[in-house]
Design a binder for this molecule. Structure first.
Ligand code: BV8
Ligand code: ZN
Length: 256
């Protein structure tokens, strides 16, 4: 599968490129996406989907302040289980490709993901729109908390640790549904200055992140959807390929 000419020529000409990634970026590292069944065959998950209590919930039901206030032990255990999955996963060829982009100073990574695979794949200055599993913080004073993840099976309920400063509960360092997205203004500035927006592995359901592609189109940028699924989004170049196959091909072609 070769890189479509219009993708290659747009990336060759661009002075600034923003890459907006979603859960599909980490699918080939074995991490489950949000709205999809298991990753494509051959990309086995790090661990099978959780049976038992959590399988009765959709992520949107647990990833909210209401769920946290209603049952901190359930929500904390779910996030610890997800964090353990991330720590057991490795960056894939797509993460590594973005870190070796062949033209200096033209690429900024903005991710919806809460894993650290872009950083472990070598990217610097990654903008996390939805926070990070690796940055738990106090729910009251906001102090960063240093939390060791259990290295055995995570129970279905686990009381969150207490803040060293004020003794309130430590919460996951992510942005929940219904919470503001502090990094969105920085992401808007980056997208406004880009000639190309590569949208990799996102279903474009979650706002305000999903609005960045329309913002880019409105600013005259070329928007490329890198996704094995046909999303049929107006005005965008659809490159039906997975992240770990397409991004290395693009970076290799740009470097030739
Ligand atoms: C806010 C952290 C206001 C937590 C996450 C109705 C309409 C529009 C919007 C709303 C609405 N009702 C409510 C809203 C707002 C809401 C929202 O958008 N809801 C959606 C569900 C409709 N948004 C919010 O609440 C946001 N905040 O609006 O605040 C405000 C303002 C001021 C003051 C107070 C409040 C906050 C949203 C952040 C939520 N947090 N994550 C956690 O992770 O637990 S979002 C969560 O979804 C993840 O971060 C994830 O990244 C994100 C988006 O999902 P995707 O990444 O797209 O993943 P998905 O599975 O959907 O798709 C994967 C894609 O990959 C697929 O297309 C697949 O084909 C593709 N793929 C698969 N394999 C591969 C691949 N692609 C490439 N390669 C592969 N191998
Ligand atoms: Zn505190």
């Amino acid at each position: 599968m070769t890189v479509p000419d219009e993708v290659l020529s747009a990336c060759r000409r661009a002075r600034r490129i923003v890459v907006l990634t979603g859960a599909g970026m980490s699918a080939e590292s074995g991490l489950a996406t949000f709205r999809q069944p298991a990753p494509p065959a051959g990309h086995g998950r790090a661990t099978p989907p959780r049976e038992g209590l959590w399988s009765q919930f959709r992520p949107e039901e647990l990833a909210t302040p209401e769920a946290w206030r209603a049952d901190r032990d359930l929500v904390w255990a779910w996030y610890q289980w997800r964090t353990r999955q991330v720590l057991q996963a490795e960056p894939n060829a797509g993460h590594h490709a973005l870190a070796r982009w062949p033209v200096d100073g033209t690429i900024d990574v903005v991710t919806q993901n809460v894993d650290d695979l872009h950083e472990r794949g070598g990217s610097r200055g990654v903008l996390h729109l939805h926070g990070s599993l690796l940055a738990p913080r106090c729910e009251d004073c906001g102090a960063a908390a240093d939390v060791a993840v259990l290295d055995e099976e995570i129970p279905e309920r686990l009381p969150p640790p207490r803040c060293h400063h004020c003794r309130a509960a430590v919460r996951p360092g992510v942005v929940w549904f219904g919470e503001a997205v502090p990094a969105i203004d920085a992401a808007v500035d980056l997208v406004r200055g880009a000639e190309v927006l590569l949208v990799v592995g996102t279903s474009g359901v979650v706002h305000p992140a999903a609005g960045l592609a329309d913002l880019a189109l409105g600013a005259g940028a070329r928007v490329v959807e890198i996704n094995p699924e046909a999303l049929e989004q107006e005005g965008r170049v659809a490159w039906r390929i997975t992240a770990a196959v397409g991004l290395p091909e693009l970076v290799d072609a740009l470097g030739r």
